[in-house]
Write a new protein. Structure first.
Length: 116
């Protein structure tokens, strides 16, 4: 199974290197359109290779997707946590009922009841 995992990551790495080599041209990324940046006097521009822009875009998309899923699954996580608390409370109640059942009885009889 390790070899399959290593082979998969090797293929991914080779694909990323090929994409990087094919897209080495410098591009300018602008945060605002020129028509809006000129009157405001701000023009946040960044020049970088195209493959970096692609990888950064994919990374930001993944982060947004992970955050969206984490928020979406909040209801399921809180439901599971409440069920765990409920199970723990019921276990404590069962243990207390077992000890109350054997009060005043012989210790040997209580141990035999507990074992069965």
């Amino acid at each position: 199974m390790k070899y399959i995992k290593y082979t998969f990551w090797l293929i991914v790495a080779v694909c990323l290197i090929i994409v990087g080599m094919a897209n080495r041209g410098i591009v300018t990324l602008r945060a605002m359109p020129e028509a809006l940046a000129a009157p405001l006097g701000i023009s946040p521009d960044i020049e970088m290779p195209l493959f970096m822009a692609i990888f950064i875009g994919v990374g930001i998309g993944l982060l947004i997707g992970f955050l969206w899923e984490w928020v979406r699954e909040h209801r399921m996580r809180s439901h599971a946590k409440s069920k765990v608390r409920e199970v723990d409370a019921l276990k404590r109640e069962i243990d207390s009922l077992k000890t109350e059942k054997h009060e005043g009885k012989d210790e040997i009889v209580a141990l035999l009841d507990k074992a069965s």
